[in-house]
Design a protein. Structure first.
Length: 331
């Protein structure tokens, strides 16, 4: 990691890291049937979600595989879905095709909304100084504030740090708001964080990314997305498969963490072996963790052959393997 990237990483550990999430998609769901419609579509609860509160969820195929993962927030007059831009079109199309008699409308408002995230121990102080309000006390709680005669949604989201806030706002104030945050945040050590440092931070936090660690061939139970699934709600698309895997058979593979006892970072697809050199699975993502001072990786491993704490080997090169420990979380 270069010195510049290490500064970005360290800002989230010690001060404030600013992430530009404006390339994420935004879907606005409106209409009197919006809550019942989405409740029947996605894996987490919608009906019991109070106003100004959000959750994490997935949209699944009928066979229980992941079409997309996202966050969604319940506002008094609509529901807002915050999603990776590359998952936007497939999600809108999947939702649209299930609208039959429902009074609901799906709107892509991505170009109208921008999105910033503040992560780090001084994030709350920066928000309080800029907006003059205290941060929400609960996770994924939304607070609307007025800034420059424009409404901004402040969302408590401790994702890459114990202290995190996200800001969603109209595109037209982006330049002015970024300037204010950076000017006001300099004494607090604010630093704009790029993709490389973000990737390291999300892996240390145990956050899988769609397209790398999960895709349309994976089930949410394989990926460990327990906080995206309600086991008490009624039927939704893919619910039968999720229920069977949870209560009866489980899944064959699990996404697990590996702490690697070497300085070499394995490539995506690197083979994982047990100490008898039998195949356990393969790497999906790997980085060097400055906090743990070793490479860490995500890998799909055969559930029946592993336990947390087991030692394994990772094939780094054709004739080179390194030892690793299987973990359920890195930190």
């Amino acid at each position: 990691m270069t010195e510049a990237k290490l500064l970005e990483y360290s800002a989230v550990q010690d001060a404030v890291g600013l992430f530009d999430f404006s390339n994420r998609g935004k879907i606005k769901v409106i209409g009197p049937d919006r809550r019942t419609f989405l409740h029947a579509m996605i894996s987490n609860d919608v009906l019991e979600l109070s106003d100004w509160t959000g959750r994490y969820g997935t949209l699944l195929t009928a066979r229980g595989r992941i079409i997309a993962d996202f966050f969604y927030y319940n506002f008094p007059d609509f529901i807002l879905v915050d999603i990776r831009h590359d998952l936007l079109t497939r999600t809108v199309e999947a939702l649209q095709k299930h609208i039959i008699m429902d009074e609901v409308e799906i709107q892509d408002v991505s170009l109208k909304m921008h999105h910033l995230s503040l992560q780090g121990p001084r994030s709350f102080k920066l928000v309080e100084e800029v907006f003059g309000v205290s941060v929400p006390s609960k996770q994924r709680r939304v607070r609307a504030v007025q800034w420059e005669q424009t409404e901004i949604w402040l969302i408590r989201k401790d994702e890459l740090s114990e202290y995190g806030m996200e800001l969603i706002f109209p595109e037209r104030i982006t330049t002015a708001l970024r300037k204010t945050l950076i000017q006001g945040g300099n004494p607090l050590g604010l630093c704009l964080v790029g993709e490389e440092a973000h990737n390291i931070l999300r892996m240390e936090a145990g956050i899988p990314w769609y397209g790398l660690d999960m895709d349309e061939n994976r089930y949410p139970m394989e990926v460990g997305l327990k906080n995206a699934i309600s086991l008490t709600k009624g039927c939704y698309v893919g619910q039968e498969v999720v229920a069977k895997a949870t209560n009866i058979g489980g899944v064959t593979n699990l996404l697990m963490g590996l702490k690697i006892r070497d300085k070499l970072i394995p490539e995506r697809g690197s083979e994982v072996l047990n100490e008898e050199e039998q195949n356990l699975g393969g790497i999906t993502s790997a980085v060097f963790s400055p906090l743990l001072e070793c490479p860490i990786a995500f890998a799909y491993l055969k559930r029946a052959k592993i336990r947390v704490g087991d030692k394994c080997m990772v094939k780094i090169q054709e004739n080179k393997t390194v030892y690793a420990e299987i973990v359920d979380k890195f930190i």
